[in-house]
Design a protein around this ligand. Structure first.
Ligand code: MN3
Length: 239
């Protein structure tokens, strides 16, 4: 049906009639929610040697794209949801129709978590730490920055199977470290993700194989603290 309509539009164009029936655009809108993979904000090799170029190509171009495609496919079954942001979808999973709720949770979460993840990194640098208010708050909460890193790494190591480790703003106004399984996202439980590390094997296996601890430790070099500080400042306004 769709194919025949596309042929028809093509034929009209070929005839030079310049006619574009209204249903042509409607049909396209009905087919997709239009979620797309955001481009990386740096070259694929920018995070070397901490995260290798090959991992970034697979992770961004294949894994993230698969989540986006599956999310669009799920929403296409319920066009009434088109227009909602991925945040809106994930913050109201109970309101998602039951037949696509798991797909939205997994693939919407995958899209949201990875979009945040790419923005959370930059080229590696030594002594990479936050410098603003967030530095003080982390110190107050965890004793010192090294303690925070240790707690974050331990939580990441303790994720059984696939998931994420996060620094979040909690609903009670405190900072906290949390983990989520699979592609579950902190925003589905009312927390605000400030920084997250992907501990699925696809994030590190090509370079680190089974050594997730080494990956977690090396990853601090590529954290984009200015971006995390912006998220912190925005979250503080809301609590
Ligand atoms: Mn991933």
């Amino acid at each position: 049906m769709v194919h025949r309509r596309q042929v028809l539009v093509g034929s009209l164009a070929l005839l030079g009639l310049g006619i574009r029936p209204a249903w042509a655009d409607t049909q396209r809108l009905e087919l997709t929610a239009g979620f797309t993979v955001p481009p990386l904000p740096y070259p694929y090799d920018a995070l070397e040697p901490v995260i290798d170029e090959r991992t970034m190509r697979f992770h961004h171009d294949k894994h993230h794209a698969a989540y986006v495609n599956a999310l669009n496919a799920a929403i296409a079954k319920h066009p009434e949801l088109i227009g909602q942001s991925v945040e809106q979808l994930l913050q109201n999973l109970d309101g998602i129709p039951a037949d696509i709720r798991t797909a939205v949770r997994n693939h919407g979460g995958g899209h949201y978590n990875h979009s945040l993840f790419w923005e959370s990194m930059r080229a590696p640098r030594p002594n990479n730490q936050p410098t603003s208010t967030l530095a003080t708050v982390l110190q107050q909460k965890f004793g010192d920055f090294a303690n925070f890193q240790e707690a974050f790494e331990r939580a990441g190591l303790d994720v059984f199977g696939s998931g994420w480790v996060w620094l979040v703003g909690q609903p009670d106004g405190q900072l906290g470290i949390m983990t989520t399984a699979n592609q579950d996202s902190p925003i589905s439980v009312g927390a605000t993700p400030l920084l997250g590390n992907d501990v699925w094997e696809h994030a590190y296996y090509l370079k680190y194989q089974n050594r997730r601890g080494d990956y977690l430790k090396a990853w601090w070099q590529v954290v984009n603290w200015p971006v995390v500080e912006q998220r912190y400042a925005a979250w503080v306004q809301t609590v």
